[in-house]
Write a protein that binds this ligand. Structure first.
Ligand code: AHR
Length: 492
């Protein structure tokens, strides 16, 4: 059966904020240390201590925004420990993540340098769980005050004459859990208080993000929006894709078809979560002024055998590519409310885009999806009308297709399509109306093995290839997409 899709290229809906393609780097395992920061004296080629190979690879993704320093780490991070001469920086225990020593060599100045190298916006998450109002307030003063003040003077002594431009600031992380085990009523009050002292200095206008719900905790969204919605610009949401269960996670490799479809089903749940959290936000903010900021998402598997369980290091397969493609399509289709998302995490942790081992680096299937999809950044969202065929395995049934489309400022149309089925092709006819497009090209990411992944010995096992199977006749595009594939088509 051929699925029929209709796209009205001349009826754009809203802009797809490029920040949907944001990232997250926490002081966790080998993300910051080893994955990004190796120090100035490392034999690994670096710029001011930051790995050149990682920066070069990440720059190809047009990363718009990077969240730091956590995660759970943020609510026990004391920023003053991470500034000044490195030899004098406090050594602390990273209690959340493996109990290892954190030497604080990567701090505020190093983070802004990383963002400068990546040409992305910094997004800093402040400490509500174990930090004071004064500490948070002084951090903002340190980073953004242009003039004479104790914190600005200290910044200058540490080598940064001018303030940095900082837009995105999070007031706590997962304050229902690792960020203080709070009730929403209590957090809402704390949010109101802390954010009061998160000042806008000079021209630096902050976009304040309140700590949001865990998965389907709709009551959290309800209470925080009701009590503090008027004092925030964004409200976060965290939801991971976890085959098995939180208590009994499954390995990243060696899964069967049942676990494949379970992963697809759990990824698709993001659509329901956004719809329901959005409905609550709409009640308090019908103008959609407050953005939904999904600042942690991605797969969470068992750590790789032989690695520290607190480091959350996992392999990344074709399955992760599908998870990424499905999520990005859902985010596009909800981009009237979703203004930023941050995949967890950038390097060596959870659904990483890059894995490193010593001086070696590999790009994961997830990396390739982000590179293929980047053409959607800041485009106009186009509605795709279609009824997906179904994909059934065992007692699970899900739509076989996940699709989104956009149009850029030159009128080119991009359609990204995931075929979720592990065994069936997907035959499609796309009726693309309202465009003069006469040519189509495409890129596809797929493999015959569902568990295919890249290793340091075989880094190109899963890599994008040109897709030649699309034909455009009288404005209707016909194609057949292989099972377990992610495809991006360009029409011009
Ligand atoms: O990304 C790993 C952890 O997951 C983060 O530190 C925390 O916010 C979430 O529970």
């Amino acid at each position: 059966m051929t699925a029929k899709l209709v796209i009205n290229a001349d009826l754009p809906k809203n802009r797809i904020n490029k920040n949907i393609y944001g990232h997250f780097a926490e002081h966790l395992g080998r993300c910051i240390y080893e994955g990004i920061w190796v120090g100035e004296d490392s034999p690994i080629p670096n710029t001011d201590g930051i790995r050149n190979d990682v920066v070069t690879a990440l720059k190809k993704l047009n990363i718009p925004v990077l969240r730091w320093p956590g995660g759970c780490f943020a609510d026990e991070y004391h920023w003053k420990d991470g500034i000044g001469p490195k030899e004098g920086r406090k050594r602390m225990v990273n209690t959340h993540w493996g109990g290892v020593v954190e030497n604080n060599h990567f701090g505020t100045h190093e983070f802004f340098r990383l963002c400068e190298l990546l040409e992305c916006e910094p997004y800093i998450c402040g400490n509500v769980g174990s930090g004071t109002v004064q500490e948070m307030s002084e951090w903002v003063e340190y980073m953004t005050f242009d003039g004479e003040s104790p914190m600005a003077g200290w910044r200058q002594e540490n080598g940064q004459e001018k303030p940095w431009a900082l837009k995105y600031f999070g007031v706590g992380n997962e304050n229902w859990g690792c960020g203080g085990n709070m009730r929403p009523e209590y957090y809402a009050d704390l949010y109101r208080r802390y954010q009061t002292y998160v000042r806008n200095y000079g021209d630096n206008k902050l976009y304040k993000i309140a700590g949001g719900a865990n998965v389907d905790d709709y009551n959290w969204t309800e209470v925080v929006m009701r009590e503090a919605g008027g004092m925030m610009d964004g409200l976060s949401l965290h939801s991971y894709t976890i085959p098995g269960s939180w208590e009994e996670k499954r390995p990243a490799l060696g899964f069967d078809e049942a676990e494949w479809i379970e992963t697809m089903q759990k990824s698709l749940r993001m659509d329901e979560l956004i719809t329901r959290h959005t409905a609550i936000m709409d009640k308090y903010d019908p103008q959609k002024r407050v953005g939904l900021i999904i600042d942690e998402w991605g797969t969470w598997f068992l750590n790789e055998p032989g690695t520290n369980p607190g480091f959350l290091y996992q392999q990344n397969t074709l399955r992760d590519a599908l998870v990424a493609g499905i999520h990005l399509n859902i985010f596009h289709n909800h981009s009237g409310r979703v203004q930023m998302t941050n995949i967890a995490q950038m390097v060596n942790v959870l659904q990483a885009l890059i894995l490193t081992e010593g001086d070696k680096l590999l790009l994961t299937p997830t990396y390739h999806v982000f590179e293929m999809y980047k053409v959607h950044q800041d485009n106009e969202l186009l509605e795709v009308a279609f009824e997906s065929p179904l994909y059934t395995w065992g007692d699970v049934t899900v739509p076989q297709l996940s699709v989104s489309a956009s149009r850029d400022s030159e009128g080119k149309v991009y359609v990204s399509i995931c075929n979720l089925s592990h065994e069936a092709d997907a035959a499609l006819s796309l009726d693309i109306r309202g465009t003069q497009a006469g040519r189509v090209s495409g890129q596809i990411l797929t493999h015959t093995e569902l568990g295919a992944h890249n290793t340091f010995d075989a880094p190109d096992t899963v890599a994008p290839a040109a897709y030649e199977g699309a034909e455009l006749t009288d404005g209707v595009l016909h194609c057949v997409l292989p099972p377990a594939s992610v495809t991006v088509l360009t029409l011009k």
